[in-house]
Design a protein around this ligand. Structure first.
Ligand code: 13P
Length: 248
């Protein structure tokens, strides 16, 4: 399985920043392409510009969320069809920041995942426990609950990505230990058998949470770690490229 290194730019960068980051990625992809699939997910407003710059390169573009409907009276929202129209192939769904900032629950994430696949996008469904949940020994139970609630049964395995992002590791500089990552990813892989059935071993499971050039190689070398979802470090082309180059 080709690993996927995905950059989540979150709500960062003005138009000029997005342009120079995309141009830097374009130049790097022409010079030296790592052996993984590369994806960047800019803020909606920058997607058209970034997709234009990266057209014809191996760096794909995705969204950070989408609505469950294809169009309609949903002020401020964006549909999967709109993302697809701008050249997106992927969409991040159920990120812990959306679950926290917008009260998104598993049922909504599941509906979005269905809508995204129907729109021709590959959903990247995020799950992960908080620090308190880990401290009280609930991490695996929380992840199982989120996964079962957020992933529609019988999804096309080839067109589904899961991201394990422990909430306490996001933007904190703390990463889960390789042993913890292996334990959680093994559990996710097991649960996917029941959820996706045939082909569940082909669903890519990404790790996210303070992935940096310095820790990427160790994390990416672990069993069932099929790539990374990178926040802060994806805003620097050099760091993002170094992480991608760490794929085994
Ligand atoms: P950081 O890499 O900044 O910790 O963010 C991770 C993340 O939330 C990616 O979606």
């Amino acid at each position: 399985m080709k690993p996927l290194i995905a950059g989540n730019w979150k709500m960062n960068g003005l138009s000029d920043d997005a342009k120079s980051l995309a141009e830097d990625l374009k130049a790097r992809s022409a010079a030296d392409l790592p052996a993984c699939e590369l994806l960047v997910c800019p803020p909606y407003l920058h997607i058209a510009q970034v997709a234009g710059i990266l057209q014809g390169t191996e760096v794909r573009v995705g969204g950070q969320d989408c609505h469950t409907a294809g169009s309609g009276a949903h002020t401020g929202d964006v549909s999967g069809d709109m993302l697809r129209d701008l050249g997106c192939g992927y969409v991040i769904l159920g990120h812990s920041e959306r679950r926290a900032d917008h009260g998104e629950n598993d049922a909504l994430v599941r509906a979005k995942a269905e809508a995204a696949q129907a729109a021709g996008l590959v959903p990247i469904v995020c799950v992960g426990e908080t620090a308190d949940q880990r401290a009280s020994g609930e991490a695996l139970a929380v992840i199982a609950r989120q996964l079962k609630g957020s992933v529609p049964v019988g999804m096309d395995a080839e067109r589904l990505v899961i991201a394990y992002e422990p909430v306490w590791a996001i933007g904190t500089g703390q990463t889960a230990t390789p042993d913890d990552v292996v334990e959680v990813h093994r559990e996710i892989r097991k649960l996917l058998v029941g959820l996706v059935g045939e082909g569940s071993d082909r669903v890519r499971i990404l790790y996210g949470g303070s992935v940096k050039p310095a820790n990427a190689a160790e994390l990416l070398a672990q069993a069932n770690v099929d790539g990374a979802l990178v926040g802060g470090a994806s805003l620097k082309a050099e760091d993002f490229w170094a992480i991608a180059a760490s794929c085994p």
